[in-house]
Design a protein around this ligand. Structure first.
Ligand code: ZN
Length: 69
């Protein structure tokens, strides 16, 4: 429990649940977008709700796009 796979497609690295991707993929995401994902995730953890979640998911999808291409 508390672990999941890296969000990058095809990556089989197992990481803790508070991380989106393994270090290798995470550092391929542009720094500003990394900050965005981290900030939105923290906002969601502090104030859980559908809006905060959708904001986080939108940033997460952008980050995944960055490592997919
Ligand atoms: Zn990965």
């Amino acid at each position: 429990m508390g672990q999941h796979l890296c969000a990058a497609p095809g990556c089989s690295m197992t990481i803790t649940k508070h991380r989106l991707m393994c270090a290798y993929h995470w550092f391929k995401v542009p720094p500003l977008l990394r900050d965005e994902v981290t900030t939105r995730y923290n906002v969601y953890r502090i104030h859980p709700g559908p809006y905060a979640w959708s904001q986080y998911v939108a940033a997460r999808e952008l980050a995944i796009d960055e490592v997919t291409s």
